[in-house]
Design a protein around this ligand. Structure first.
Ligand SMILES: [Zn+2]
Length: 79
C-alpha cells in the first residue's frame, strides 16, 4: 500500500466523474464544484471515502478552497 503523508505532493488525480464514485475510490473533489467536478479516484484501500493521502488531509484543516469543494460535493451528492 501507500505511505503518502501530508508533506508530500498530492497524487496525480484520476479525475473520475461523480458517476464513477464508489467505496473503492477516493471521492476527494479535485476541481471546484459543478457538474463537471473531477474526483481523485485513487484506491481507498478499503477505508472509504478517501485514499490515504486525502484521508490525511481531511483530518486536517485543509485550505479554504478544499473546504468549499467538500461543501459543494455534499450538495451534489444529496441532490
Ligand atoms: Zn484521494
Amino acid at each position: 500500500m501507500s505511505d503518502w503523508s501530508s508533506k508530500e505532493a498530492a497524487p496525480a488525480p484520476r479525475m473520475i466523474s461523480l458517476l464513477e464514485l464508489d467505496d473503492a475510490v477516493c471521492r476527494w473533489p479535485v476541481t471546484e464544484a459543478g457538474e463537471n467536478t473531477g474526483f481523485c479516484g485513487h484506491a481507498t484501500g478499503g477505508k472509504p471515502p478517501y485514499c490515504p493521502y486525502h484521508r490525511d488531509k481531511a483530518h486536517g484543516e485543509g485550505t479554504s478552497a478544499e473546504q468549499a469543494a467538500l461543501k459543494n460535493l455534499k450538495r451534489i451528492m444529496h441532490r
